[in-house]
Design a protein around this ligand. Structure first.
Ligand code: TYD
Length: 204
């Protein structure tokens, strides 16, 4: 249906509701007859699943530098084997987390140099960039309540870390207002879905 595919990413702190919105948008677009691929980082099919297991469940020491390279390795594999071919085949790719997660979590959260992360992101993606990024903003307290007690390695990094990640995301959106659109996660699922549709309709 589309000559050239479309690449839309979903971002936000843990528990921000982005996955629900991704699923609603996927269903809406599929019902309209679009060819949609739903995928995620870390951990798309194949090797990505193994990397996800390490990134989220390894309980030994992981340096921040190593952590960022593992996310980037996952991203390179994901772009090369799934995202790029899908876009080239005219599909709409909906991806749960992508480059901005590394900037927000490893850059703003862990304190790694942002310019370096941007450069590494560019290497990992071979320059493929999202056409649109939907950022779901939620306050840290709500975010942590939604995550609950069963936290993975990243979710266990603490409130202060999550605060930095949230601020980082807002900063990223301020720097790239054309690509990154902010949604207020306090709204209802239906309200958010309607807002997402309005933004996506503009680029279809
Ligand atoms: P996931 O279970 O997919 O969380 P969510 O449902 O909130 O998306 O876990 C992904 C975790 O990995 C999440 O805490 C964010 C983190 N992450 C990074 O720190 N850097 C990255 O580059 C990516 C892609 C994810």
């Amino acid at each position: 249906m589309l000559k050239k595919g479309l690449f839309i990413t979903f971002e936000g702190c843990d528990g921000c509701g982005k996955t629900t919105q991704l699923e609603l948008l996927a269903k809406y677009l599929q019902d309209k007859g679009y060819d949609v691929i739903v995928t995620r980082e870390p951990g798309a099919k194949g090797l990505g699943e193994k990397l996800r297991e390490i990134l989220l469940n390894y309980d030994g020491e992981v340096s921040s530098n190593c952590e960022s390279f593992l996310f980037l390795a996952d991203r390179a594999q994901h772009i090369d084997t799934i995202i790029k071919p899908a876009i080239e085949n005219g599909k709409i790719v909906l991806c749960d987390r992508h480059i901005d997660s590394t900037a927000a979590y490893q850059g703003y959260g862990r304190g790694l140099d942002l310019a370096r992360i941007n450069y590494l992101n560019e290497l990992a993606t071979s320059g493929v960039k999202p056409d649109l990024t939907l950022l779901f903003d939620v306050d840290t307290e709500t975010s942590m309540q939604r995550v609950g007690k069963n936290k993975d390695r990243m979710e266990s990094a603490g409130i202060e870390f999550q605060e930095k990640v949230r601020k980082g995301y807002l900063e990223l959106a301020k720097n790239e207002p054309q690509r990154i659109k902010i949604f207020d996660s306090r709204k209802t699922i239906e309200q958010l879905h309607q807002e997402v549709l309005a933004i996506v309709a503009a680029i279809l």
